[in-house]
Design a protein around this ligand. Structure first.
Ligand SMILES: Cc1cc2nc3c(=O)[nH]c(=O)nc-3n(C[C@H](O)[C@H](O)[C@H](O)COP(=O)(O)O)c2cc1C
Length: 232
């Protein structure tokens, strides 16, 4: 079984009249999905473009609804949580999560953060117990694989490179991935977009290749697992 939840988050479209405006992260992520389809099968594919259709920001009333016991929620509170319920259900059924993201102001786009705020929810994706001491939060989901595909304009964001301390994108996603039930995470990053030079072309090429080979590897693993389940 492979159920893929694919979240794109650039505000740029995958295809524009002027191709130089096309989202790089979205195009690499779509190459990943195409490569998976060629190498194996996808049982269910759930797609959201939160860059173009952003989830609502959470509000004080939303928090109030979350902290009201399920059987005590008013109709209005249930409605307030309806989007969150839908997004969480999409996450729960997924075993592979693909998130594509630009780097905006050294972090993730607000639209993607809005998705996380709707999805990382007490008693749904994590629970909270002070008996656990200094680490009261515990994820409720497990066993998922996350593939992050990112694009940035500058370069050198991984330690010990020159902008490692400015990278608030990947470290944030690594921290949050735990609350999606992620146990294995892969990262693909295309850099140098703003320089528009040969370094950008090389980085882009490498990111597309990595997306393709990773999709082939993961789709192959999935088929092997399916085969061994069938022969047990
Ligand atoms: C609002 C905005 C903020 C950006 N901030 C950064 C940044 O902090 N660091 C960086 O390296 N690139 C930054 N960039 C460049 C983007 O990361 C780059 O254009 C990337 O390719 C965008 O992803 P996309 O092609 O999928 O839309 C920014 C671009 C925009 C539009």
């Amino acid at each position: 079984m492979s159920t893929i939840l694919h979240i794109d988050s650039s505000v740029r479209a995958i295809s524009n009249d002027n191709p130089s405006h096309n989202s790089i992260s979205k195009n690499i992520a779509h190459r990943f999905i195409e490569s998976w389809e060629q190498a194996g099968s996808i049982d269910e594919y759930i797609y959201r473009d939160v860059g173009i259709n952003p989830p609502q920001f959470i509000t004080q009333d939303w928090i109030g609804a979350v902290f009201t016991a399920e059987n005590k929620r008013t109709v209005a509170q249930k409605q307030l949580l309806a989007l969150s319920d839908t997004l969480i259900n999409e996450l729960v059924v997924a075993d592979i999560i693909v998130i594509s993201t630009p780097m905006y102001n050294y972090g993730m786009p607000a639209q993607l953060k809005a998705w996380f705020d709707q999805v990382v929810r007490v008693n749904k994706t994590f629970d909270f117990d002070l008996n656990r001491g200094d680490f009261p939060l515990q994820p409720l989901l497990s066993g998922k694989t996350l593939v992050v595909i990112a694009s940035c304009g500058e370069f050198g964001f991984e330690a010990p490179e020159i902008r490692a301390k400015s990278n608030h994108l990947m470290p944030h996603l690594r921290t949050l991935s735990r609350y999606l039930g992620v146990e294995t995470m892969y990262e693909i990053m295309s850099e140098y977009q703003e320089f528009a030079d040969s370094r950008h072309q090389a980085s882009l090429k490498q990111a597309y290749q990595r997306a393709q080979t990773l999709a082939q590897e993961l789709a192959g693993d999935q088929q092997e697992k399916q085969g061994s389940i069938l022969t047990v």
